[in-house]
Design a protein around this ligand. Sequence first.
Ligand code: SF4
Ligand code: SF4
Length: 324
Amino acid sequence: MSRKSTGYLDTEVHGRFDRRKTVFYRRDIFTGFDHFRPDTLDPGDPELLELAEARASWTLHDNYPGAFCDTLMGNRKLVRNHAPFRYCFAEPRTAAENISAVAKRFGASLVGMTELDSRWLYSHKRNGNPVTLPDRAVWAVVMLVEMDREEISTSPDFRAAAESGRAYSRMADIVGAVGEYIRLLGYYARSCGNDTALSIPLAMDAGLGVLGRNGLLLTRDFGPRVRICKVITDLELVQTPNEYPASEEVCSGCTLCAEACEAEALSLSESPTWEILTESNNPGVLRWQFNPEKCFDFWLEIGRDCSNCIAACPASSILSKLMN
Ligand code: SF4
Ligand code: SF4
């Protein structure tokens, strides 16, 4: 079994991350950050149209409580009961092939599967409750949603922010439907967006990419131009092998993301480090330093999210050469 993500861990130091430590949680509480700030623009300013589109792009994500488990748990009526039986797949490989095909039909761009490493589970949710799962839920279906290259290339304009929101809304649709599909076969399934578990190490375990200097998952097909969602289940699946090279092979000779970052939140150093910068960084992980506070302050300054470090990244062509 390939577990490339654990090669970056100091197991003496690393522990499950508390989601309340993320900059999104801590700054959200104090700022009430919202992309949609029409009060900052004059009536008739054409930028209002772009701002409205960017905010509207989140509609499905923000208004589909069945898609994500944190809200799903309090809204059971949206989820049908488990089947009174379990559909019997001939073998785990058949189940994996079926779930992968169904996820792609629902809109996933890439799908990988992995045994769930409990170290990637958050210790606590945003509301302070501990994250717990049934002991039998030991598999994860990890799905990537591609964001459009041309739209993302406009970052930090509203057009790129709208593409980000559209991807989150597609993610809500996909992860909600795939979780429901698995439940209708009689198995446990917990649909997750950014909640419950860290998406990037799960995606690495599921053979979908490698961690980049920009703190994002780098994929051969789309570089970092993806959003990640996952379904945690007790349906036995098959581990997807990880063919990706180490981060250093991809990013040591490139600093384009850090140069494109107007907030100076990304590192220009040649090698990754164990040192952390802020409370938002989980210690015990070897990676390039990233300052989420500087990043998020920039988002607040411009009134929308930024994708400069995604737009600038040539990882797709680097990985295509390295993996040939
Ligand atoms: S999203 Fe923008 S501000 Fe944040 S790290 Fe990337 S380039 Fe920098
Ligand atoms: S821009 Fe270059 S250094 Fe940054 S993540 Fe992409 S490949 Fe790595």
